[in-house]
Design a protein around this ligand. Sequence first.
Ligand SMILES: *Cc1c(COP(=O)(O)O)cnc(C)c1O
Length: 498
Amino acid sequence: MMYNSTRDRSVQVSAAQAIAAGISTEGGLFVPSQLPRLTAADIEALVSMTYVERATAVLSRFLTDFTEDEVRDCATSAYTVERFGSEEPAPLHTLEDGVYIQELWHGPTCAFKDMALQILPHLMRVSAAKTADGKEIVILVATSGDTGKAALEGFRDAPHTRILVFYPEEGVSPMQKLQMTTQEGGNVGVCAIRGNFDDAQSGVKAIFTDPAVRERLASQGMQFSSANSINWGRLVPQIVYYISAYCDLLKNGTISMGEAINIAVPTGNFGNILAAYYAREMGLPVARLICASNCNNVLTDFLSTGTYDRNRDFHTTISPSMDILISSNLERLLYHLSDGNDKEVADLMAQLSEKGCYTVSDAVREKVSALFASGWCDDEQTMAVIREVYDTHGYLCDTHTAVAVGVYRQYREQTGDTTPVVIASTANPYKFSASVLRALDDTVTCADEFARVDMLHERTGCPVPTPLASLKDKTPRFTGCCDRDTMEQAVYDLLGVR
Ligand SMILES: *Cc1c(COP(=O)(O)O)cnc(C)c1O
C-alpha cells in the first residue's frame, strides 16, 4: 500500500517513508491511497485474539512494506503488561446498558496518547532502517499537554533519536507540566512557549517545512520527524482500538456481528476521531461518529455548517488537551471526502493560513453531515457531568471524557438514537485533579497538587496511578521558556547545534 500527500497526490511513498518523514515536504499530510477492507470474517477472526494479535493483524494491512514479524515485534514491545497493567490495554467499562467507556489511559503517562506513542518509536526504528540514510532522527513535538509526555516517555533513550517538546506555558495542567519538566533520559529536551497550543503547533510546522533549517540539520547528520498526529504512524495504531472495542462487544455478547455502534470522541486535533473514521471506512459497522468539543468549538461549527473559522477567541478550559483552534487532521478528512482532490485541499489550507477560514463544497458538506454528529460542553456542563456520572454510576472520569459523555447525552436527547455507543475515555482523572475534585465538591480550596490528589483519592477510593504519584518526589529539569519567534533557536540550543 502506498501513501499520497493531501496537497499533492502525485507524491507517493511507502509506509516506512511516510512514518520516517512525518509530513510531506510541501506541507501536506500522508494518507493511504486506498483502505484495506475488513469483512465480517476478518472481524470474526480478530474476536478471539489478544490485543497484540489484533494490532498485528490490523497494522500489517497498512504497513505493507513491513514484514509481519516486524509488525508483531513492534506491537509486542509496545503493549506490555508492565506498561499497560494488563493484556488488555484498552478495556471497556459499562457505564449503563448501551453506553461503553473505552479506557485508553492505562499506559505509562495516563492518557490515550500512549496507545500510539508506545508503539511509534518502534515503527520509527523499523522505518528509519528501511529508508536508511543513517541520519539521527530529531522528533519535534508541539503539545497541548498529553502528547508531549507520552512522546518523551516513548522515545526516551531510543537509539539514533532525539526528542524535543514545546508546550504552552499557561496551557497545561500542573500534573501535565510536572510530567514533562521532570522527564528523564539522555536524548530529551523540553521547552515552554509563551503562547497557546496553536502557536506551538504552527511554530513546529514552520520549522519542519523550512528548507534552510532542514539543510542545517542535515549538515549535522540529523533529520526531523514528527510524533504529532500529523504523522501517519501516530494515527494507524489508534484505528486498532476501535476495532478492538467492537470485537470486545461481540465477544461478551453485547452486540451481534454486523450490528452498528456509534463512537463518541473528545476531540482537539481531530486525530483520535479520524482514526474512528478510518475504522468505519474499512468496514467496521459504525453508524455515527460523535465529535465532542469544549468551548473552543470550531469543529462543532464546521461539522454543522461546512465553514471552518478559527477567527474567534481562544479559551483556556478545564479540558486543556482540547484547547485547539486549528485541527490539523481535518485536512486528511477533507482529502478523502473530496475523493482525493489535492488542489481543493491545498486551496482550503491556503485559505486557512491566509484568512483563518474556509468553506467546503456542498458535496463535502453533505458527506460530513451524514457521517458526523457534533456538539460541545462548557466547563460548567463538563463539571456537572463528572459529578453526575460519579454520583449515579460511581465512575470517576476526567474532564475530557466528561465532555464526550455530555455531548453524547445531548445527541441522544436530540435524536432519540439509542444505538450502542463506545465513548473514548482519553485520560486518567488524576491528571486533572483540581478540576475533577472541584466538580465533586466546589467548597474545596487547596493549592497543592498532590494534596488534591490525596483528597480525590480519599473521597473516591479511585486508585492513583503510580507514575503520577511518584512525580511528587521529582525535581524539574527543564525550566526554559521561549517565544513563537525564538523556537528555531531553542531547537538549535537543545540540540547543541551552532
Ligand atoms: C490529545 C487529547 C485529546 C484530543 O485528541 P485529538 O486526537 O487531538 O483530537 C482529548 N483528550 C485528551 C486527554 C488528550 O490528551
